[in-house]
Design a protein around this ligand. Structure first.
Ligand SMILES: Nc1ncnc2c1ncn2[C@@H]1O[C@H](COP(=O)(O)OP(=O)(O)OP(=O)(O)O)[C@@H](O)[C@H]1O
Ligand SMILES: [Mg+2]
Length: 560
C-alpha cells in the first residue's frame, strides 16, 4: 500500500518542474495547465486515502499485538510459582505490564508505522531525484549517507542508557507499591519525611538517566540535521552551476522540482533518527517484558500428572520429608507422619518452626527438597495441580480478600455456587451473623484486602470462602491468631462441626490453648522436626518442649 501511496503523495514537485519547463519553453497552454493541476490534486488525494487506510490497518495490528502481550504476560504472572512472587516485587511487575508494554506500543504504533512510511518515501524520492539528474542526484544524496552513520553511532551509545531508564522506573514502581501498602506504618512512625526523601532519590535517579539520553540526542541529532541540510546546498549549488554553464544535463524545472524534493529527503532522515530512538527505548522495554515472559514456571504439571482418584479421601503422608528455601538453611528435616482421612489434627510449634511452610507444601506452592509428600497415597508432584488444589481449602494466616462485595469474595472459591450453598458456607464459618449486620449484607463492599472489616470478620469470611468449595482437605493457618475470644470460639465451633459431620480432613495450625486442648491429635514441631505426635494430655506429660511451649502460650493468653 505504501508503495502506491508514497509515489502518489510525492508526485507534486515533478508537476512543478514540468510546468516550469513548459513555461520557459513557452509551450504551456491554459488547458495543459489545468490538466497538470488536476493530476496534481488527484494523485495527492488518492495517495492520502491509501496512506490513511494503511496506517489504520497497521495501528490496528500494533494494538492487537500489544493487547496480546499484556494478556500473555498477566497469564504468566498468574501461573508463576509462589517462590517467584516472593522474589519479584509486585510493583516491578506492574511497571512492566503497564509502562514497558506501553513503551513497546508506542514503538510499534508511532515508530514502526512512520519508519516504514519514511523509508519508502526516502527510496522513492531518492529514485525520482536520481531520475531527474543522475549526476546532481548522486552528489546530493551522498551527505545523507553520512547522517545514517551518525544515527547508528547514536543508537549504539543510547542502548545501555535506556535499559537504565527502564530499570529505574521499575524501582520507582516497586517503591510506591510497597510504601502505599504500608502507609499506615509510615504515618504511625512519622516517617513521611524520610520516605519522601527516599522517593525523591529514586525519582532523581530516573531523571538523571533520562537527561543523559536527552543530552546524547541533542549532540547527535543536530549533526544528522546539518548533513541533511548540506544536501540542500549541494543540490542548489551543483544544479545552478550546471544551468549557468549551459549544460543540457539540467533544467530550471529540475531545480524547482529538487526544491520540493529536498524536504522529502531530509524529513525521512529526521524521522528515521527519531524512530530509531523510539525503537531503542522499546528495545529496552521489550527486553524486560520478554525476560518475564521467558522466566520458567517452577511449579507445573509433570507430563504424566494424574487426577486424584475420586472420591478424594484427603489423607496426607509425609515420608522423610525435607524442605529448605535456601540450601544453607533447612526448614523441615526428615519428617515422617500420616494424617488419616477425616481426621482433625492440630499443628503446634514455636514461631519460625516451619508450620506455615508445611501447609504450603500440601497444595504444592513449593516442592519438597527431599523425601515426598503424598495425598491419598500419590506423590503430589504426580497429581495435576488443578485436581490437587480443588480438593484443598486453605485459610492463610493473613488470607487476602479482594476489593469487591462479600458475595463476590465468597464466590471466588466456587463461582457457580447456589444461594443455599453460599448461606450454608457462611453459617458453617459462623460468619452469617456479622454479614447480615453489614449495611448491605452480602452486597457490602469490603475494600482492598477487606480493610472495611474487622480482623475477626476477615478471618471468618476467609473460612466461609474456603468452606464453600467443600474441601476434602481443609488447611487452617492460625485462623484465630488475631481475633477476639468470641470469634475464636465461633471458628472453633465450625471446625468441630465439620469434623463431626465427617466432611473431610482438617489440619489446623494454632497455638491457642483452647483449640489445642480440644484437638484429638497434636503434631508438635521443634526446630524443623516433628518432636512429638499425640493428644494434648499425652504431650504435656511426655514432651517437655511441648509442656514448656504450652505454658508459655497459656501465660500469653492470660496476659491478653
Ligand atoms: N519465602 C521464604 N524464603 C525464605 N525463607 C522463608 C520464607 N518463608 C519463610 N521462611 C523461613 O522459614 C522459616 C519457617 O517459616 P514459617 O513461616 O513456616 O514458620 P511458622 O512456623 O509458620 O512461624 P509462625 O508461627 O511465626 O507463623 C522461618 O525461619 C522463615 O524465616
Ligand atoms: Mg506461620
Amino acid at each position: 500500500m505504501l508503495l502506491v501511496a508514497v509515489p502518489l503523495m510525492n508526485f507534486h514537485p515533478l508537476v512543478w518542474g514540468i510546468v516550469a519547463d513548459k513555461l520557459i519553453s513557452g509551450s504551456l497552454t491554459s488547458s495543459s495547465l489545468a490538466f497538470w493541476l488536476a493530476v496534481m490534486l488527484f494523485t495527492y488525494l488518492v495517495g492520502v486515502v491509501v496512506k490513511a487506510i494503511h496506517t489504520y490497518l497497521l495501528e490496528k495490528a500494533g494494538q492487537a499485538f500489544v493487547r496480546d502481550i499484556r494478556v500473555d504476560l498477566f497469564a504468566k504472572f498468574e501461573h508463576q510459582s509462589l517462590a517467584y512472587h516472593h522474589e519479584t516485587h509486585s510493583g516491578e511487575l506492574v511497571t512492566r505490564i503497564i509502562s514497558d508494554v506501553d513503551a513497546m506500543e508506542q514503538s510499534v504504533l508511532q515508530g514502526l508505522t512512520s519508519l516504514l512510511g519514511e523509508l519508502v518515501t526516502f527510496v522513492v524520492v531518492a529514485g525520482m531525484v536520481l531520475w531527474i539528474s543522475p549526476l546532481v542526484g548522486s552528489v546530493s544524496i551522498l551527505p545523507l549517507a553520512v547522517s545514517f552513520i551518525f544515527i547508528r553511532m547514536y543508537n549504539r551509545r543510547v542502548k545501555s542508557i535506556y535499559s537504565g531508564v527502564r530499570s529505574r522506573l521499575g524501582k520507582i514502581g516497586s517503591f510506591v507499591q510497597d510504601r502505599l501498602t504500608g502507609v499506615q506504618e509510615t504515618q504511625a512512625y512519622g516517617q513521611q519525611g524520610a520516605e519522601e526523601r527516599a522517593f525523591a532519590k529514586k525519582a532523581n535517579a530516573f531523571y538523571e538517566a533520562s537527561i543523559k539520553a536527552s543530552k546524547l540526542r541533542q549532540i547527535y541529532f543536530p549533526i544528522v540535521s546539518v548533513f541533511g541540510f548540506i544536501n540542500n546546498i549541494i543540490m542548489l549549488g551543483v544544479g545552478a552551476w550546471l544551468i549557468m554553464n549551459q549544460s543540457t544535463a539540467f533544467t530550471i524545472g529540475g531545480l524547482l522540482a529538487y526544491r520540493g524534493f529536498w524536504w522529502r529527503l531530509q524529513s525521512p532522515i529526521r524521522t528515521i533518527a527519531q524512530t530509531s530512538d523510539i525503537l531503542q527505548r522499546a528495545r529496552a522495554s521489550a527486553a524486560r517484558v520478554f525476560e518475564l515472559m521467558q522466566a520458567p514456571v517452577a511449579i507445573i504439571d509433570t507430563p504424566n500428572a494424574q487426577l486424584l482418584p475420586k472420591p478424594v479421601r484427603g489423607s496426607v503422608k509425609l515420608e522423610n520429608l525435607s524442605f529448605h528455601y535456601v540450601p544453607q538453611k533447612p526448614i523441615l528435616t526428615d519428617v515422617n507422619l500420616t494424617i488419616h482421612s477425616g481426621e482433625f489434627v492440630a499443628i503446634a510449634g514455636s514461631s519460625g518452626s516451619g508450620k506455615t511452610t508445611l501447609l504450603n507444601l500440601i497444595p504444592r506452592y513449593f516442592d519438597v527438597t527431599g523425601g515426598q509428600l503424598l495425598v491419598d497415597n500419590i506423590d503430589v508432584r504426580n497429581v495435576q495441580l488443578g485436581s490437587l488444589r480443588e480438593t484443598i481449602g486453605l485459610v492463610r494466616q493473613e488470607s487476602y480478600l479482594f476489593d469487591g462485595t462479600v458475595r463476590e469474595n465468597l464466590l471466588y472459591a466456587k463461582p457457580d455456587a447456589s444461594e443455599t450453598e453460599l448461606l450454608a458456607a457462611a453459617q458453617g464459618a459462623n460468619a452469617s451473623g456479622f454479614i447480615d449486620g453489614l449495611p448491605k449484607g452480602y452486597n457490602t463492599h469490603v475494600g482492598q484486602n477487606g480493610v472495611k472489616l474487622s480482623g475477626g470478620q476477615r478471618q471468618r469470611l476467609s473460612l466461609a470462602r474456603a468452606l464453600l468449595s467443600k474441601p476434602t482437605l481443609l488447611l487452617l493457618d492460625e485462623p484465630t491468631a488475631s481475633v477476639e475470644p468470641e470469634s475464636e470460639s465461633l471458628i472453633r465451633d465450625s471446625i468441630l462441626t465439620r469434623t463431626r459431620a465427617g466432611e473431610g480432613t482438617t489440619i489446623l495450625v494454632t497455638h491457642r490453648i483452647d483449640l489445642l486442648s480440644q484437638s484429638p491429635r497434636i503434631l508438635f514441631f521443634d526446630e524443623g522436626q516433628l518432636a512429638d505426635d499425640g493428644s494434648h494430655d499425652r504431650l504435656v506429660t511426655r514432651c517437655s518442649a511441648y509442656k514448656d511451649a504450652y505454658q508459655q502460650w497459656e501465660r500469653e493468653e492470660t496476659v491478653h
